[in-house]
Design a binder for this molecule. Structure first.
Ligand code: NAP
Length: 308
């Protein structure tokens, strides 16, 4: 029986681990499919306090992981399929790998995963054939090529700007004529001559070449209905994320978008005693690395109080 299991190893999970470990709770972190979480796919983090020069997303979580380990956190690679609560209040975690784990308290910090559109060609060319959700991971394959980025938020702008390091040209395809992104990101993108915004446009299909790789993106003007084909070799999705909460659907209440609901007086306490949530899986509002870390801290302190 573990004192506390933390599911997820992004900013929220790792911060929770640092606090739980320093409270002598000997936490176990379940790392999941993307150790380090979403931020590891970000090129440069410029707004995490303490790093005036900016820091690579991977390096940031690596430092958090080392800090958690230093105080005794243990890490385990597994995917949790379901959690049930036994009569004595202990939590039983069933892993996809067939293993069962038990803990007195649980912090769920499973984050969110990139949203797709469900348009033709998207699935077929995802991962290696030109459709990607991670410019940091795949950008270098597009040296001298033309790519499209979908979305108008901070992620889309960041990805578009990052891709100009490699690509000859970057189309930024947005469904409105105004970017949602913060002012600094908007200016960076709109002042970059390699980036061409395609306003009021929605993607309708990713079109393959003879080898099954991306050759174009079919878009439609939402105002006029006019179709257009953008000749691109890569399409990068940056249209937001959906929370990774499905495995806990019977354990905890979720809102209509799938985010965990917490008690009205807390960001991290849930209606199940001893089960706490932290980070993007429970945050529809801020979704920042620093706010995820803050929720991880709150969840750890709640666990400490709950276990006494
Ligand atoms: P976001 O802010 O939710 O933006 C998603 C973008 O995708 C929006 O422009 C949205 O269009 C568009 N979109 C959503 N669904 C779509 C659909 N079905 N078809 C076409 N377009 C669609 O997501 P995000 O950019 O991933 O950012 C998430 C959070 O992380 C934000 O709080 C952001 O500030 C933060 N973030 C910060 C940084 C940084 O500071 N370095 C970097 C990345 C992200 P509409 O605008 O029309 O809704």
């Amino acid at each position: 029986m573990e004192n506390v299991i933390i599911i997820g190893s992004g900013c929220a999970g790792l911060t929770a681990a640092i606090y739980c470990a320093r409270a002598n709770l000997n936490p176990l972190v379940i790392e999941g499919k993307l150790p380090g979480g979403q931020i590891t796919t970000t090129s440069e983090v410029e707004n995490f306090p303490g790093f005036p020069e900016g820091i690579n997303g991977f390096d940031l979580t690596w430092k958090m992981r080392q800090q958690a380990e230093k105080f005794g956190t243990r890490f385990h690679g597994a995917t949790i399929n379901a959690v049930t609560v036994a009569d004595d209040g202990s939590k039983r975690l069933v892993c996809a790998e067939g293993e069962t784990l038990e803990a007195k308290a649980l912090i769920i910090a499973t984050g969110a995963s990139p949203r797709l559109l469900g348009i033709p060609g998207e699935k077929e060319m995802y991962g290696g054939k030109g459709v990607s959700t991670c410019a940091t991971c795949d950008g270098a394959f597009y040296r001298g090529k033309t790519v499209a980025v979908l979305g108008g938020g901070d992620s889309a702008c960041e990805e578009a700007h990052f891709l100009t390091r490699f690509a000859e040209k970057v189309y930024l395809v947005h469904r409105r004529d105004e970017l949602r992104a913060s002012q600094i990101m908007r200016e960076r993108v709109l002042n970059c001559e390699k980036i061409e915004p395609v306003w009021n446009a929605v993607a309708e299909a990713v079109l393959p070449d003879a080898e099954g790789k991306v050759r174009a993106l079919a878009v439609k003007d939402v105002k006029t209905g006019a179709p257009r084909e953008l000749a691109v070799q890569g399409v990068f999705y940056a249209i937001g994320h959906h929370p990774s909460t499905e495995a806990f659907a019977t354990l905890l209440p979720r809102d209509e978008l799938g985010y965990f609901k917490t008690l009205t007086d807390s960001q991290v306490r849930t209606e199940v005693p001893g089960v706490f949530v932290a980070g993007d899986c429970a945050d529809t509002n801020y979704r920042q690395a620093i706010t995820a870390a803050a929720m991880g801290c709150q969840a750890a302190i709640e666990v400490e109080r709950w276990l006494v």
